[in-house]
Design a protein around this ligand. Structure first.
Ligand SMILES: O=C(O)CCC(=O)C(=O)O
Length: 246
């Protein structure tokens, strides 16, 4: 893993709400993860509940896998890794609790976009000590739908939302941010690299029109001290009822 120092990582994260960690996973680990995801989709997904996945518009290709920590032992154990927990503990200001393991597959040619949103509109945690470690399994290039983040936006709190109508991302920002795309942070990653973003950091990604898939594996952690905010939760549930994940 390549990080400047734990203190620099924390300072950068608290300033920007997003940081990059190079080589969080080795080439061999990435190959094992890729193979297990393919095996899970092929052999197991059919026997899991319908909301274990969101499909692309073709009705077949996987857009997202959800709750892998519940549905797959390999990914539950992967999320328990000590290096991962040590990395995120200072950022969540406490004991990390795993909230989710999921994927954003962004398959070649048909991978759909993700509207501007803050994750805490979904997670609904207070204080907002929650984050996502987004690990590149494929190369993430400017062309295949990288995630763009608005630096510093995590300090604005949870902004007004509206139902997005997008399956798998049911709630988005009511208004797009004022920061133009060119000034946003574009997370270009090699396989095994990761970005880590705060749950209030505004982000989005474009569809993938290229021939190169852009598979990301996500680990979501919160501090053990956070609690669910009932008002945020009610807003989220209303949006999710309008556009369920499956
Ligand atoms: O992978 C993407 O395109 C979007 C990811 C995302 O929305 C997230 O990490 O919360």
């Amino acid at each position: 893993m390549q990080v400047a120092s734990p203190q620099t990582l924390l300072n950068d994260y608290e300033r920007d709400g997003v940081v990059v960690v190079r080589r969080l996973f080795t080439t061999e680990e990435v190959a094992t993860i890729r193979a297990e995801l393919a095996r899970y989709i092929r052999d197991d997904l059919g026997s899991r509940p319908a909301d274990a996945a969101t499909r692309e518009a073709d009705g077949t290709t996987v857009r997202n896998l959800w709750r892998l920590e519940k549905h797959n032992e390999f990914f539950r154990l992967l999320a328990e890794r000590d290096d991962l927990r040590r990395l995120v503990a200072p950022l969540v200001h406490g004991e990390p609790v795993l909230a989710a393991v999921e994927t954003f597959n962004k398959p070649a040619r048909i991978g759909s976009g993700v509207p501007y949103h803050q994750d805490n509109a979904y997670f609904c945690q207070s204080p907002p000590d929650m984050l996502t470690v987004w690990v590149a399994i494929d190369p993430v290039t400017p062309a295949n739908g990288p995630v763009y983040f608005v630096r510093g936006s995590h300090r604005q709190g949870v902004l007004s939302t509206k139902p997005s109508g997008v399956r798998g991302n049911s709630i988005g920002l009511a208004e797009p941010p004022a920061t133009p795309l060119e000034e946003q942070f574009c997370a270009l990653l090699a396989p095994g690299d990761a970005s880590i973003h705060h749950c209030n950091t505004i982000h989005h990604s474009a569809p993938n029109a290229t021939d190169q898939a852009r598979l990301g594996l996500l680990f979501v952690f919160r501090g053990s001290h956070t609690q669910t905010d009932p008002t945020l939760r009610a807003t989220y549930l209303a949006a999710a009822a309008l556009t369920p994940p499956a």
